[in-house]
Ligand binder design. Structure first.
Ligand code: DGP
Length: 114
C-alpha cells in the first residue's frame, strides 16, 4: 500500500522512532497523544482494519495484543493499568486505514468508552 502512512513508517520512509519492533509488528508514539503514554501497535503487513480481517490474520492480531502487553511493561504502565483501543470504521473515527491498537495509560482514564 504505497499511500498508507503506517506502511511508510514500517518502510522507514517517514522518520518515526520505533519503540518496539519484531518480525510481525512495530510500535511508535502517537503523533497526537491523548494520555501521557499513547502508543500505536501496528502489523507490518498492511491490514486495513478489524472489519477486513480474515481468519488467517488471527495470529497477527494475537501477536499485536502480546506486543501491547510487552510494550506496556516497557513503558511502565502495567501496574497502574492501561487501555487498548481499536477504532474500526467511520462511526468509531478510524482515520488511518491500517489496523492499529492504541495503548493508552499513565493517568486515570475516563470510565466511559462511547
Ligand atoms: P484512529 O483514529 O484510531 O485511526 O487513530 C489514528 C492515530 O494515528 C491518531 O491518533 C493519530 C495517529 N497518527 C496519524 N498519522 C500519524 C503519523 O504520521 N505518525 C504518528 N506517530 N502517528 C500518527
Amino acid at each position: 500500500m504505497e499511500e498508507c502512512i503506517f506502511c511508510k513508517i514500517v518502510a522507514g520512509e517517514l522518520p518515526t522512532e520505533l519503540i518496539y519492533e519484531d518480525d510481525v509488528v512495530a510500535a511508535f508514539a502517537d503523533i497526537s497523544p491523548m494520555a501521557p503514554v499513547h502508543a500505536l501497535i501496528i502489523p507490518k503487513k498492511h491490514l486495513a482494519g478489524v472489519d477486513e480481517l480474515s481468519e488467517e490474520d488471527a495470529g497477527v492480531v494475537g501477536h499485536m495484543i502480546m506486543a501491547a502487553q510487552r510494550l506496556a511493561r516497557q513503558l511502565g504502565v502495567s501496574a497502574s493499568g492501561y487501555r487498548l483501543v481499536i477504532n474500526t470504521g467511520a462511526d468509531a473515527t478510524q482515520t488511518v486505514p491500517h489496523l492499529h491498537v492504541h495503548l493508552l495509560g499513565g493517568r486515570p482514564l475516563e470510565p466511559k468508552l462511547g
